[in-house]
Design a protein around this ligand. Structure first.
Ligand code: AMP
Ligand code: MG
Length: 319
């Protein structure tokens, strides 16, 4: 029970939900119940808060996160919904279905929620606590399952407190999750709707609404099909890793106090959470015809540095 008090497990009464909404809006992390599993929530428009989610989960890679909205209208203001998306939303939202759709150019979501993809996974949860938290925070909430990487998803507040208690500002206790397995993830970003992860809504029910669903090989954690990986953001310019200085025509992406000459610095103080928060946005800013290539200074292979290096290596190899 000690972990519980440390982690501030709070019964999800209206006052607690209002406080949790304020914490999320202020950039903190809150674990909360949804109908599928408990989520580890952060303001999806706040790069640093989203980076803190990856840090808390201790993931070696930046897997894209599901972004939760209070209603379909709010979701479809930030991703491009077509007729299929609208029919699925009509049939299954609020509920255990996540749709992967192209990000709209005007979207204010952190680039980190997409982990470098040009798509966003969006969902409207039906759990009353999740819904009330979305209303209280006033922002979309990025929330992966509230477990450390490689562990099973939590379906009670106690599960969260045991494994992630130290990383969150508050755990809202709304009892056991009624569905208890993750949401079904359907990729609608291409012509062929693809099942990326089986979950709370069955493939058969989805096919009744939009027809044939193809199945992508997936371990339920990472988009596996080559098509998915190809869409990972890679700069148009060549990327040179482990650089000590900029060569002719190169922009230098630095890290830490030693990177005084860098064009941009991921974190002048060398903070890996800040570096993760800046990674995708800074790569995009340097990827202009003004430069011939992007040289990236070494990133330490620890904590979030592992995920940053994973993405940098992929971006360098994609060309
Ligand atoms: P979790 O957040 O732990 O429930 O896992 C989220 C699932 O959604 C993972 O399987 C992710 O790979 C998948 N996912 C999230 N965003 C995207 C996206 N933009 N494209 C493809 N899959 C995604
Ligand atoms: Mg998970």
């Amino acid at each position: 029970m000690t972990e519980h008090s440390e982690a501030r497990v709070v019964a999800a009464i209206p006052d607690a939900i209002a406080a949790a909404g304020g914490l999320i809006a202020g950039g903190r992390l809150v674990a909360f119940p949804t109908e599928t599993v408990y989520g580890l929530g952060a303001d999806a428009t706040n790069d640093e808060a989203v980076a803190a989610v990856f840090a808390a989960k201790n993931r070696p890679t930046f897997n894209p996160l599901i972004v939760h909205f209070a209603d379909a209208e709010a979701a479809f203001r930030t991703v491009a919904a077509d007729g299929r998306a609208e029919r699925l939303a009509e049939a299954f939202w609020p509920g255990a279905l996540t749709l992967v759709l192209p990000r709209q150019a005007k979207s204010t979501l952190s680039l980190l929620v997409s982990a470098g993809l040009d798509t966003v996974a969006v969902r409207v949860p039906s759990h009353p606590v999740a819904h009330a938290l979305l209303e209280a925070s006033g922002c979309p909430i990025a929330a992966p399952s509230a477990n450390p990487s490689g562990r099973v998803s939590p379906t009670t507040a106690a599960h969260v407190a045991e494994s992630l208690g130290g990383a969150v500002a508050m755990i809202l206790d709304g009892g056991a999750c009624p569905v208890g397995i993750e949401s079904t993830v359907v990729d609608l970003s291409g012509d062929q709707p693809t099942l990326l992860r089986p979950g709370g809504v069955t493939a058969e029910d989805i096919e009744k609404v939009i027809g044939n669903l193809e199945t992508a090989g997936s371990d339920g954690e990472a988009p596996k099909s080559p098509g998915m990986l190809e869409r990972h953001y890679a700069p148009g310019l060549p990327l040179r890793l482990d650089a000590t200085e900029a060569g002719p025509g190169e922009a230098l992406l630095g890290l830490g106090p030693g990177a005084a000459g860098a064009t941009l610095n991921l974190s002048p103080g060398g903070d890996l959470k800040e570096a993760a928060a800046n990674l995708f946005a800074m790569m995009r800013r340097l990827d202009t015809p003004e430069h011939e290539a992007i040289a990236v200074m070494p990133v330490p292979e620890r904590g979030l540095g592992r995920a940053i290096n994973d993405r940098l290596r992929r971006a360098a190899a994609t060309r």
